[in-house]
Design a protein around this ligand. Structure first.
Ligand SMILES: [Zn+2]
Length: 105
């Protein structure tokens, strides 16, 4: 199963009200474990801050196994999304400022 298919499956089965955008994979993922395929999603807040969320699926899993595992994968993703939402925008702003400062150095 390729990343796009997996992302589409996840997006289609996510509960409404969860607002995640599938992202293309990153080529420069140095920590990537070759045994896992990684899919990325972005959660964004109206204040303009986005968080990167990711899921890992073993490449040894068949499509059938992935389908069976989907509910728990989606739950993980929704928990990540929830913790981003539970931060207020002051905290989001600090996150963003932190990123910008890191970049400037
Ligand atoms: Zn915010």
């Amino acid at each position: 199963m390729d990343n796009k298919t997996l992302q589409n499956l996840i997006v289609n089965q996510m509960s409404s009200g969860v607002n995640l955008r599938p992202l293309a994979g990153f080529k420069m993922d140095f920590s990537a474990n070759p045994e896992f395929q990684k899919v990325f999603f972005a959660a964004s807040c109206e204040c303009g801050t986005s968080a990167l969320l990711s899921l890992e699926v073993s490449i040894h899993k068949s499509d059938y196994e992935i389908n069976n595992a989907l509910p728990s994968l989606i739950e993980k993703l929704q928990n990540q999304e929830k913790s981003f939402r539970s931060m207020n925008c002051t905290m989001h702003g600090m996150m963003r400022k932190g990123f910008i400062e890191d970049k400037d150095e």
